[in-house]
Design a protein around this ligand. Structure first.
Ligand SMILES: [Zn+2]
Length: 359
């Protein structure tokens, strides 16, 4: 099959074609130069590496009501917020069904991988692991130990099943616990991540010590903080729809100016659909509404390209002959492909080639 129009990857957005055969990119090149001599199915559109949802809490996806209005603590704070009451009161079967449905939705929208913060200790990690097994979505599960101070034994059990640890924030976890967690993750080659400057500003020195593999939010960070984070090279997952539900908006144009390695996430399953296409459009439109526009290319990198290096597959961010990483093909106009991906893409426009396993 041949997709003719535009290619968007780490080398930029450009006109071109991609020939796909049995799930592999067979060749790419300038339009009109392919070697199929008109014998293959041909569609007009855009080819891009499949996106990664870089921040979710799929564990609370079974929550079926509108989230209550209130402060962040009242809605998602531990242990008394609506989220943690829901998790405590809800049985494993229902929670698992919510996770399965959320993963199905991620898969249907072509999201190839997700990085999830899973609360509820070892049990929580196991629930998501079992829901993710047959989902077709590569699920990086960052668990959270329950006991404080953190016990070596619990941490060890957690890291046997989890891909790392995602803690609440530097404010809620003291330096000693953070060090213990980060050391355990590092020695096993696993990921250590945390939320930072969400409700109010925190000092970069606090959330950058010990150095995390991933930060989430930085909603209340100053431009100086963002430059510090950019210089440290730590990627940051932003979740503008979740922030907006609490009446706030990150200034993503400051992230772009500071050169922060920005990723995109959809945050809690109880707040909204885990849809990156919705998140992309909201991010773009809300920044224009706030008179702090970002370029579509910045958001395309955040959703489709930048996360692959964090997941250990930088080569997946390129569309080239022989590449086996998951791709997405959209039946979209290709004159301005980055804008089309950010503002015009919907699940219905995804072209699904035969024999392509991952996208
Ligand atoms: Zn979160």
């Amino acid at each position: 099959m041949i997709v003719e129009g535009a290619i968007v990857d780490l080398d930029g957005a450009r006109p071109g074609y991609v020939r796909i055969e049995a799930g592999r990119v067979r060749e790419t090149g300038a339009i009109g130069t392919d070697s199929s001599h008109g014998t293959e199915r041909r569609v007009r559109g855009i080819v891009v590496p499949a996106p990664v949802n870089a921040h979710t809490h799929l564990g609370d996806s079974a929550y079926g009501l509108r989230p209550p209005t209130g402060t962040l603590a009242e809605v998602v704070g531990a242990p008394e917020g609506a989220k943690f009451r829901f998790l405590a009161e809800t049985g494993a079967v229902r929670k698992r069904a919510g996770m399965t449905e959320a993963l199905r939705r991620l898969r249907r929208e072509g999201t190839a991988a997700v990085i999830d913060f899973r609360e509820e200790g070892v049990r929580g990690v196991r629930q998501l692991r079992s829901a993710a097994r047959a989902s077709g979505v590569a699920t990086t599960i960052l668990g959270r130990p329950l006991r404080r101070p953190v016990l070596a034994q619990e941490l060890e059990a957690l890291l046997e099943t989890a891909d790392g640890v995602g803690v609440s924030s530097a404010r809620e976890e003291d330096l000693e616990n953070r060090r213990r967690i980060a050391d355990a993750c590092r020695s096993r080659g696993k990921m250590y991540a945390l939320h930072a400057s969400e409700e109010s500003r925190e000092e970069p020195a606090s959330y950058l010590e010990p150095r995390p593999d991933l930060l989430v939010h930085l909603l209340s960070a100053t431009e100086e903080d963002l430059r510090t984070v950019a210089a440290a090279g730590v990627p940051v997952a932003v979740c503008p729809r979740s922030n907006a539900l609490f009446g706030r908006a990150p200034d993503l144009s400051a992230f772009e100016r500071a050169g922060v390695r920005t990723l995109l996430g959809t945050d809690n399953g109880m707040l909204n659909a885990p849809s990156l296409l919705r998140e992309l459009e909201f991010a773009y439109v809300s920044q224009r509404l706030l008179h702090h526009p970002v370029t579509p290319g910045f958001l395309v990198r955040a959703a489709f390209l930048a996360p692959w290096a964090l997941l250990g597959h930088p080569e997946y961010a390129r569309v080239q002959a022989g590449s086996t990483g998951p791709l997405l093909l959209f039946r979209l106009p290709s004159e301005d492909p980055e804008y089309a991906l950010v503002a015009r893409a919907t699940e219905q426009l995804i072209v699904r080639p035969e024999g392509r396993a991952a996208a």
